[in-house]
Write a protein that binds this ligand. Sequence first.
Ligand code: GRF
Length: 213
Amino acid sequence: MKRIVVLISGRGSNLEAIVHAASAERWDARVVAVLSNRAEAAGLAFATAQGITTQVLDHQAHASREAFDATLAEAIDAHAPDLVVLAGFMRILGEAFVRRYEGRLLNIHPSLLPAFTGLHTHRRAIEAGCRVAGATVHFVTPALDHGPIVAQAVVPVRDGDTPEALSARVLAAEHRLYPMAVRWAVDGRLRIEGQRVLQLDGAPQHLFHDEAP
Ligand code: GRF
């Protein structure tokens, strides 16, 4: 059975979606540990209730990014993961950390990358007049929000949308997109070729259109 370690900082709704999908779809993989840099992250309670090992690593207790990254890597490696999944993990990871997990480190970003890297993606998409928005699952590389794209979900931007309304629509799509992409990864179905991610079998279902309200 493949081993997944999930890193969170907050709510953990993507973590929940992945844990539920793994059990409902009987994946040959399971989430073995959830690590958070914030003790108050709501996702920790969910993980504990599921019987998943949790650990809090306070970045503020470390003198530098490199020191925190090293502690984090040690905690991750203790679980010997096949895949490390960032699910709302709000720390930027340094180059050495990212290289250590190259090809087995996934992130979800709430925009259609390469548009809107960074924060406040929904507000910025509305202000830019975008008619569609969405989320992107990508392999993590040292350049923030720029790694090879595994899958994207597209949702409409509606007239009168607030950032909150758009965020809820994108999040619903994330909850379908991320488990799908994580499953492809743990099933060994993905191959990275430069900036492109290819699926080893079947049609490349990299675009996932969601018409949620
Ligand atoms: C999601 O919008 C994700 O795209 C972003 O952070 C949010 C995490 O939400 N990276 P949750 O903690 O999974 O509920």
